[in-house]
Design a binder for this molecule. Structure first.
Ligand code: WT7
Length: 679
């Protein structure tokens, strides 16, 4: 017997996966030294799926030992959340996320490209090797330290994608600080709200941003935001353009400081369950919640899903075009790919700049192998026609991914047939800010298993989806719909809402005790696949960006002195939008309806843009005399949705309405509005 065969036999005997004849994840990983293993082994999918479902703690313990570099090993893989709440993972273990994302690769292949920064200006891509990224990260980390940022401190990052913003995230991870990246399209008021809630001590930003050929005044926005944030001690300002911006005493020119700083920074050894970052996302109330992710479990889940959902192979170029302001950017631009030693593309531009061929020109030039984008961009590009795609060579593409919102069949087919020439795997990936990484996607699966268009289909290793009925009972069998819950913990799950653990438990673990409730509904097909049917709460998804309708309502109504004085009440709903997926439709009640109405509408739009962000501005504002309310005073948004989306006169059960005559009033107002806008 050869040595290899003998070793395989021993490993099989020791392996928890041996019933199907495969070696354990950790043993396999140990055998395949540099980077992630080449491919899912034969028979591996089913074996892993079964083990992960039967014994999640054992499965993930095995994966975690092999996949991550630990300073000290964990003693307990999983501590379930009791009585209801999130589990904790890899207890007692210590590690540093930046070491896993940088140092371990620098040791083996320092000159491998970590990031390709596809800047807004076409043809000016910047390549950054793992060694260079480690250098940037250490210098930035030392700069933060010099200005008093310590382990546990919170740092806001208000920057579009760039090597420096990635270095900012990793620098925080290196010194044990907690980052909260705020999407650079959010307004000063949104930024300030997040800074205040998280108690950030510093902000890292650029003088200006550049997107689609336009300048974004980032520093000006930060200045306006931090005026009201006493916790901020310093603003670190990097230079994206040559333009000068106003600098005050507490503003630090970032690159200047980094040049002076040491290029070595000893990583802080972190507990598995220390906070890595928080990221604000919308819920069904007006106040965004700071979703908290911790070190080891999050990193492992991001890396493992990155490898297997996309079939990432060593030296592939991974192109996720999301912004780091969203969870997709965290997990599949930064943490997942870098932990796996991948080359990750940072896309700073827009799909239509300088023309609608931009994505495919970039695919050709950078030889992208996996391309991960949002359906809204695909729907937009579809309208410009195939010529823009076909102009460019896309033969490097192997896997295509869709994320963030439902993808309609037409967009799926176009992405698959036109972009992927019918030869690439296309995965519709379902997950959430809270889940940390992809939970339901067609891959991995048994080799060449079918993929049904526009369906997320299969749970990832260790994800056990269940559907619940209205009475909180598990729905068995296939060809059924219900509330989508997840029955078992997984390492990537968020741990809390910052400073509001009770809200976390209430929102995710109370509705169906013992289960994580996603907020989405789903249909399980006859074959047992999952099809996401959409949110069950008042959260809408505009161009893949999540927003609570209550946030828009709160911005407009005169509940606080700053909002519009003439608007006592509003109700916002989502409606289907051809490109954006969903758009916001606002019903507003005015104190007085006068000739001044159109002016008020414009003012409301400006208010929403300045209080939240431009993308949150309602496409439609319809003035009504009153809103449909129940006898207890609750607005019946369901009814408003029916008016806009179905345009039928059948409003279903309206017996709980305080005054049913309101239905006709609103239908008439809507009809008039429609007639006016189509004339
Ligand atoms: C919500 C989560 C996924 C990371 C980026 C968005 C919706 C997400 C899909 C999909 C249908 C989807 C859900 C989910 N969603 N992916 N493939 N098909 N719906 O993360 O901002 O936390 O939003 O986006 O409604 O709950 P997020």
């Amino acid at each position: 017997m050869t040595l290899a065969a003998a070793r395989a036999r021993v490993l099989r005997a020791l392996s928890p996966l041996h019933p199907l004849g495969w070696v354990s994840v950790a043993a396999w990983r140990r055998c395949s030294q540099a980077g992630p293993p080449a491919a899912l082994p034969h028979g591996g999918y089913r074996a892993w799926q079964e083990q992960a479902a039967r014994d999640p703690a054992g499965f993930w313990a095995d994966v975690a030992r092999g996949w991550l570099r630990w300073d000290s090993p964990f003693h307990t893989a999983c501590q379930p959340g009791r009585p209801a709440g999130p589990a904790r993972w890899f207890l007692g273990g210590r590690l540093n996320v930046s070491v896993n994302c940088l140092d371990q690769h620098v040791e083996k292949s320092p000159n491998r490209v970590a990031l390709i920064w596809e800047r807004d200006e076409p043809g000016t891509a910047v390549h950054v090797t793992y060694r260079e990224l480690l250098d940037l990260t250490c210098r930035l980390a030392n700069t933060l330290k010099k200005y008093g940022i310590q382990k546990g401190d919170k740092v806001a990052i208000y920057m579009p994608v760039s090597p420096l913003s990635v270095a900012g995230m990793l620098a925080c991870a290196r010194i044990g600080a907690v980052h909260t990246v705020v999407f650079a399209g959010f307004s000063a008021e949104s930024l300030a709200g997040r800074i205040m809630d998280s108690g950030c001590k510093a902000v890292i930003t650029y003088n200006q941003g550049v997107r689609g050929g336009r300048i974004l005044e980032l520093k000006t926005t930060v200045d306006e935001a931090v005026k009201n944030c006493p916790s901020i001690k310093h603003v670190f300002v990097a230079q994206r353009t040559d333009n000068k911006v106003h600098m005050s005493d507490c503003d630090i020119p970032l690159e200047e400081e980094m040049t002076k700083a040491a290029s070595v920074c000893t990583p802080e050894s972190m507990d598995s369950e220390d906070m890595l970052f928080m990221l604000y996302t919308s819920g069904s109330t007006g106040k965004p919640k700071g979703i908290v992710h911790t070190q080891a479990g999050y990193l492992l889940y991001a890396a493992f899903t990155h490898k297997y959902v996309f079939d990432y192979q060593q030296s592939d170029v991974f192109g996720c075009v999301a912004d780091i302001g969203w969870i997709t950017g965290h997990s599949y631009v930064v943490y997942g790919p870098l932990c796996n030693g991948a080359t990750s593309v940072l896309f700073e531009s827009t799909p239509v700049y300088p023309d609608p061929g931009r994505y495919w020109e970039v695919v050709q030039r950078l030889k992208i192998n996996q391309f991960y984008a949002a359906p809204t961009a695909i729907r937009l590009l579809l309208n410009y026609g195939e010529e823009w795609v076909k102009k460019y060579d896309r033969s490097s593409l192997k896997t295509l991914g869709s994320v963030g919102e439902p993808i309609n069949k037409e967009a799926w087919q176009w992405f698959y047939q036109v972009v992927g020439e019918g030869r690439c795997t296309l995965v519709d990936t379902w997950w959430q800010t809270e889940t940390g990484g992809i939970c339901i996607a067609p891959r991995p699966s048994e080799e060449k298993a079918e993929i049904i268009p526009a369906m997320a289909m299969r749970p990832f290793f260790g994800i056990v989806p269940v559907l619940m009925d209205e009475n909180g009972k598990v729905i068995e069998g296939n060809d059924v719909s219900g509330a989508l819950c997840i029955a078992q913990p997984w390492p990537g799950m968020a741990r809390t809402i910052y400073r509001d653990h009770q809200r976390f438990v209430d929102v995710y673990f109370k509705a169906y005790p013992g289960y994580y409730f996603t907020g989405d509904g789903a249909y399980r097909t006859k074959k047992g696949y999952y099809q996401i049917t959409g949110r069950m709460d008042d959260v809408i998804n505009i161009s893949g960006h999540r927003l609570g309708t209550a946030e828009i309502e709160d911005a407009m109504v005169n509940s606080k002195q700053a909002d519009h004085p003439d608007v006592p009440e509003t109700a916002v709903i989502g409606y289907p939008h051809k490109i954006k997926g969903e758009g916001a439709f606002a019903f507003v009640v005015l104190k007085e309806q006068t000739a001044y109405t159109d002016h008020v509408k414009e003012e409301l739009k400006t208010i929403v843009a300045s209080k939240i962000a431009k993308y949150a501005v309602p496409d439609h504002i319809l003035v009504v005399k009153r809103l449909p309310k129940t006898r207890s005073g609750k607005i019946m948004r369901r009814l408003l949705r029916k008016v806009v989306t179905e345009q039928s006169n059948d409003m279903g059960d309206v017996t709980t309405l305080d005054d049913p005559s309101v239905v006709k009033e609103i239908l008439d107002a809507y009809q008039k509005y429609k007639d006016k806008s189509s004339s």
